[in-house]
Design a protein around this ligand. Structure first.
Ligand SMILES: [Zn+2]
Length: 256
């Protein structure tokens, strides 16, 4: 008998538990000669990781995970969501073709100021030529792909905890409007710049008031129905690990 894909991959959650998911965070997929902030991973490694993840886990769009949490619906036994931060051009020229080849959905959190090709974020000033941001035209084309979701990441990538509420709301809401105009789609997911606890605790109200349904941090952790706070969803980072090590790391994070 041929077992249906969903059953084989654990949607029925054979142990009877409520399931869980891990949200992965990436920044760049590129062969780079210099990477002082360790943001990039080689395309070959990214492809190997995704191929292994599709075999081992149940990949799903972050939007679907959020919808299931909102409805208090069952989660997969080993759910996995792929996200990218900052809006680098290689996300769309290099990572997206690999995501498509593996059938893996991706959510891309794009800061607004970088859509101006000359703009550089704070960590890029030391070597501006190392970094290329996506442009609005590429972003609009990518957003039409059903595997792609575009999410917000503020305009200028500030430490939100250092801003007052009014400034936070401006950064967050202006970016959301801009991305909605470019993509023609509602933007419902947000990633906190830097994503540290002081940043998201200080700005989650502004994120909610800007109209976002859910937001991700850079605090490590497992997403379960019991623990999930939709405005503080944790993420894991496996970007430099060989595929086997990444699978072992995630299995451990899932609880074995
Ligand atoms: Zn960022």
């Amino acid at each position: 008998m041929r077992v249906a894909g969903h059953a084989r991959r654990g949607w029925y959650n054979r142990r009877g538990g409520p399931g869980s998911a891990i949200i992965l965070m990436y920044h760049r997929v590129a062969d780079v000669s210099d990477d002082p902030h360790a943001l990039a991973m080689a395309p070959q490694l990214f492809q190997e990781q995704l191929a292994a993840f599709v075999r081992e886990f149940t990949v799903l769009p972050l939007q679907e995970l959020v919808g299931r949490l909102q409805r208090r619906d069952v989660l997969p036994r080993y759910g996995l969501c792929v996200t990218f931060d900052d809006g680098y051009a290689d996300n769309f020229t290099t990572a997206l073709p690999i995501l498509r080849a593996c059938g893996v959905p991706g959510t891309f959190f794009v800061a607004g100021a970088g859509l101006d090709a000359a703009y550089r974020y704070g960590w890029e000033h030391h070597a501006p030529d190392l970094y290329e941001h996506v442009d609005a035209e590429t972003l609009a084309a990518a957003a039409a792909d059903p595997l792609v979701t575009i999410g917000g990441h503020t305009m200028t990538h500030p430490h939100l905890a250092q801003l007052n509420y009014r400034q936070q709301l401006g950064e967050i809401a202006d970016n959301r409007r801009m991305l909605a105009d470019i993509t023609g789609q509602a933007v419902t997911l947000f990633a906190y710049p830097f994503g540290w606890v002081e940043d998201y605790r200080a700005s989650r109200q502004a994120v909610a008031d800007a109209g976002y349904a859910a937001a991700v941090t850079t605090t490590a952790g497992l997403v379960t129905r019991r623990s999930a706070d939709l405005l503080e969803l944790p993420r894991e980072d496996v970007h430099a690990m060989p595929a086997d090590a990444a699978v072992a790391f995630l299995r451990h994070a899932f609880g074995g």
